[in-house]
Design a protein around this ligand. Structure first.
Ligand SMILES: Cc1cc2nc3c(=O)[nH]c(=O)nc-3n(C[C@H](O)[C@H](O)[C@H](O)COP(=O)(O)O)c2cc1C
Length: 197
């Protein structure tokens, strides 16, 4: 019996140590995976030659429901080139046909859109999700659009194609990108001066 207790006394700390190591390793793997995902997302809305800092480590957040479509603080990543502001990457939410559409928008300091990516949506497959099934062609149409673009779908005399039988979704996305771009351009110096969050 005594030897059983002794064995337990040795085994329990060893198990606890193993568990701690396994938890740490899992945590590290999850963090690495999240970082890899964030880098891929960043690369999809901002070309690598647009910044030479680490925008993932140069972030702030702003609560601007009118600009970003959410009452939650919107993350703002800041890109700098040679120490000067070059672009921001912001979260925005469009109200689609089937609910919120979560976007990430890259906006260059000169006011041009660098890229748009949709990270979450519930639009109807085969109807409102055309942006997700065309290899990125529709979203690519936002690139380099600035103040002089006609920020509406073609049906509303704008520059952006609507989808066959589905105008609500592209209207919502165009409006969300327009508002995010306008806010980021009008407030660019404040965004770059804001404290890290
Ligand atoms: C079941 C069902 C699902 C629909 N899903 C979408 C959708 O995801 N996105 C969208 O823009 N329209 C969707 N529509 C069509 C819209 O109701 C609307 O007719 C269409 O967007 C055209 O809008 P417009 O009249 O402003 O041009 C759906 C319609 C039905 C019946």
């Amino acid at each position: 019996m005594r030897s059983g207790v002794r064995a337990l006394a040795v085994a329990l700390p060893a198990c606890a140590a193993l568990l701690a190591i396994a938890t740490w390793a899992t945590h590290a793997r999850i963090e690495r995976e999240a970082h890899r995902h964030a880098l891929a997302l960043l690369a999809s809305v901002l070309p690598p030659d647009a910044y030479d800092n680490d925008p993932l480590a140069d972030r702030t957040a702003v609560t601007q429901p009118d600009a970003f479509g959410t009452r939650e603080p919107a993350n703002v990543l800041r890109g700098r080139l040679g120490g000067k502001p070059s672009a921001v990457v912001v979260d925005a939410v469009a109200q689609g046909y089937a609910g919120p559409i979560r976007l990430v928008v890259g906006v260059r300091y000169d006011g041009g859109v660098a890229g748009v990516r949709i990270v979450e949506h519930a639009e109807t497959p085969g109807l409102g999700d055309a942006f997700a099934t065309d290899g990125g062609a529709w979203l690519a149409r936002f690139r380099d659009r600035g103040a002089d673009a006609r920020w509406a779908v073609k049906k509303d005399d704008g520059d952006f194609d609507q989808f066959a039988g589905a105008t609500i979704t592209p209207r919502a996305i165009v409006a969300a990108v327009r508002k995010a771009r306008e806010y980021c351009t009008a407030n660019r110096d404040a965004l770059f001066a804001a404290p890290e969050k």
